[in-house]
Design a protein around this ligand. Sequence first.
Ligand code: NAP
Ligand code: MG
Length: 401
Amino acid sequence: MAKIGMTTPLVEMDGDEMTRVLWKMIKDILILPFVDLKTEYYDLGLPNRDATSDTVTVESARATKKYGVAVKCATITPNVQRMSEYNLHEMWKSPNGTIRRILDGTVFRAPILADGIRSYIPTWKKPIVLARHAYGDVYSAVDGIAAEGNKVYLVTEDKEGREIARKLVHDFNGTSGVVQGMHNCDDSVRSFAHACFRYALEQGLPMIFATKDTISKVYDGQFKKIFAEVYEEYRAQFEEKGLWYLYTLIDDAVARIIRSEGGILWACKNYDGDVMSDMVATAYGSLGMMTSVLVSPDGKYEYEAAHGTVTRHYYKYLKGEETSTNSVATIFAWTGALRKRGELDGLDDLVAFADRLERATLSVIEAGEMTGDLVQLLSKEGVTPKKLSSEQFLHAIRERM
Ligand code: NAP
Ligand code: MG
């Protein structure tokens, strides 16, 4: 069989630990035998980020702007413990944060559903897709310690540096404490709203957006107002497709989501999205079954698994022990990127290959062969689940293809 050709390269961002191990296996076992793969390779593994003073991350994001489609492996976000483990020069920032900032994108996370894999929430029959506003709020906040007796103010200056407002945050009379100042930008909230409404229409999903504007009247109120304005541009298309858009309070949104049967796009503020995406992923079974795509307002796509580098499994792997790490979300990051590349370049074979690889992956699981994380989740009449190693699972998919 002739290999499937490509015209434009994919931006390939390699990563760390167990997912780096899976990355190579996925390419060797499932992709390179079938596709004449063209990529522009960036090594975002922590040692290379350190060696390049993290310029490699910026370059990979710029390449994504240039070519339009990237596939990314999970990467370590360094903390104090990683500083000594990797002998780092600096505590480099989260690569995902850097890439998001450069692409100004919105992250959509969707679970992969396999027949027989039970959700912890039995009513969830269809995917809940979660969109996280990936800019600002507490993620780019400034904070500090206030000593006893300090007064902390929120001060606004105009362009000329003249003070135009001063509000007391707190008078720390009698006790020390902590303070935090955060922001968001109208432009960013607006492009987030556009990205969500567009994605909902593209995927045919109704949409919920929620904040806590009863408490945070001005701050969250601004999010609510901008979403309402932007929705007017999409209302006719939503109604035409029989879709709905609901703005509500975050508490109410949580209750509605839990009671729903899925098939909804849930647009979240940055922090809500961080927390709720982990809840939704876990409820659908395994973090190993959650995909993530960053979509920029000008239509650039970066695909990845939603989980991290699976450190605990990697340490086992380093000791020579057998691992059973779920590679499904990373495989679907590859298929998502290959399919998008195929669509953009008019390569039907490449699109068909992505479809086939996804079907093969799901049918291996549905036939009862899977990684350890899924074993206790399978409930299918007549199927006794069999636990495979990381590598055996990939070979089972290959055989099925
Ligand atoms: P994690 O790598 O997602 O793993 C947490 C736990 O979830 C694992 O120990 C494992 O549970 C389970 N798990 C996650 N993915 C799995 C898979 N594919 N197959 C089977 N089990 C899976 O999160 P973490 O341990 O908090 O973070 C590890 C590193 O990843 C950190 O350095 C963090 O900075 C980084 N990280 C990167 C990204 C990213 O690049 N997008 C995202 C999150 C975290 P058991 O141990 O119980 O088997
Ligand atoms: Mg999170």
